[in-house]
Design a protein around this ligand. Structure first.
Ligand code: SAM
Ligand code: SF4
Length: 438
């Protein structure tokens, strides 16, 4: 019989890691683990790591070093490393940090209970395979307990695009899609547990091919689930926005008017060097088509400045593209080399230039974000309440456009989806009042 034990998971990086942590915690639930939010009383600590940012591995090693005293006080404490750093570093982690008992790559989470048992028996347990069996099918069934109103649901993993700067194809492997029937089952289960909004996840989610109709077909089937009110998906590659998916934005009411569509740069020369396989013009044309299908859609994106060889003129092309699109919200990064990726071998732009470009780009993006938010004032949006706000009687939730909206709603409950009139725009959120109270 399994003993009652405590599990502390710390999650870094993207939403896919958030989903993976949830599934890992559920998988270890079968071994008697319940989650705790502090490492101090844990019997097992798992760092679910991300490799996308600079010095990711070094940060993981320094975080692990902090558990030395805990492990000395509690020799039975097991320490695991999961995620993309686990995949990239493999055995090296145990060599450099002997505190670590378990290393598991993102494709092997379904083997976590067996790995945990080996670690408990005193072995060093390592699994960074890309196994043949489908990970999601072999994970234990999801629990039935009621949960919050929003959920992530991974439908696709890995990437075959090989952008010259990116580690994802190496850490997450080739593109794999989950069969639609499984995704639909999982979605129904989530809705039964109180979920009203599902965000479909994939490194390249719009390349999803687990449904004959692609991602658009899956969204359409999901939209037929009673009680599921909102569907989102992220992250998409511009080259995989097919006609059906663009049309879906105009036709499927439950598909939210928000799209994260990274372009990375505005110069065709840089886009080519990045191996993005699209041009600035093809991206702008795509945006035009998406806006024709859903005029109010809010666009978001990712940008990299200071990619090897980027000149001031190239950077200006990025600013021009941003000015033309008008984004609602974006992420922007200085290029940083990832060992093993083609761009890492190239001559780099100096740090001061990267800093300067990042600042200029972020100033423009911020002004666009504010302008878009300011235009929301006076409009009516639907807000799905996710939690209580800081003020008494206040609730906070997301609008269709993914803005956080604070609303005075003393009688509302988490999970309510209510019409709200936007009354004010703050730097990173909106305020609104219940329409009924107007
Ligand atoms: N699949 C998505 C796409 O095609 O854009 C995003 C994947 S990646 C996890 C998220 C973002 O991190 C990328 O869009 C890119 O802007 C940024 N990124 C990836 N590698 C980077 C690097 N070496 N340096 C700086 N930013 C990077
Ligand atoms: Fe990385 Fe996205 Fe390019 Fe794939 S498409 S290599 S995940 S940036």
């Amino acid at each position: 019989m399994s003993q009652s034990r405590k599990l502390y998971i710390k999650t870094y990086g993207c939403q896919m890691n958030v989903y993976d942590s949830e599934r890992m915690a559920e998988a270890l639930g079968g071994q008697g683990y319940t989650q705790t939010d502090t490492p101090d009383d844990a019997d097992m600590i798992v760092l679910n790591t991300c490799h996308i940012r600079e010095k990711a591995a070094e940060k993981v090693y320094s975080e692990l070093g902090r558990f030395r005293q805990l492990k000395a006080d509690k020799p039975d404490l097991k320490i695991g490393v999961a995620g993309c750093v686990a995949q990239a570093e493999g055995e090296e982690i145990m060599r450099r940090q002997p505190l670590v008992d378990l290393v598991v790559g993102p494709q092997s989470y379904h083997r976590l209970p067996a790995l945990e048992a080996r670690a408990r028996a005193g072995e060093k347990a390592l699994d960074t395979d890309f196994p043949e069996e489908a990970k999601f099918d072999d994970l234990p069934a999801r629990p039935k307990a009621t949960r919050g109103p929003t959920a992530f649901l991974t439908v696709q993993e890995g990437c075959d695009k090989f952008c010259a700067f990116c580690v994802v194809p190496y850490t997450r492997g080739a593109e794999v899609s989950r069969p639609a029937a499984r995704v639909l089952d999982e979605a129904r289960g989530l809705v039964e547990r109180g979920v009203r909004e599902i965000t479909l996840l994939g490194q390249n989610v719009n390349a999803y091919h687990g449904h004959d109709g692609g991602l658009a077909g899956l969204v359409l089937d999901l939209s037929a689930i009673d009680g599921l009110e909102r569907i989102r998906y992220t992250t998409s590659h511009p080259n995989d926005m097919d006609d059906a998916l663009i049309a879906a934005h105009g036709e499927i009411g439950k598909l939210m008017p928000y799209l994260h569509l990274p372009v990375q740069a505005g110069s065709d020369r840089v886009l080519k060097a990045m191996n993005r396989k699209h041009t600035a013009e093809s991206y702008l044309h795509l945006i035009e088509r998406i806006r024709a299908a859903r005029p109010d859609i809010l666009l978001s994106g990712d940008f990299i400045v200071g990619f090897p060889g980027e000149t001031e003129e190239d950077f200006q092309a990025t600013l021009d593209l941003v000015a033309e699109v008008e984004y609602g919200q974006c992420y922007s990064f200085k290029y940083s080399p990832r060992p093993g990726t083609p761009a890492a071998e190239k001559a780099h732009v100096d740090e001061a230039t990267k800093d300067d470009r990042l600042q200029r780009l972020q100033a423009l993006l911020k002004s666009q974000q504010h302008a878009v938010q300011d235009r929301m004032v006076g409009r009516e949006v639907g807000v799905l309440f996710e939690k209580a706000g800081r003020e008494p009687g206040q609730m906070v939730g997301k609008s269709e456009y993914l803005h956080s909206v604070f609303v005075d709603a003393p009688n509302a409950r988490v999970g309510d989806l209510v019409p709200v009139t936007v009354t004010a725009s703050a730097p990173n959120s909106l305020a609104g009042r219940l329409r009924a109270a107007a």
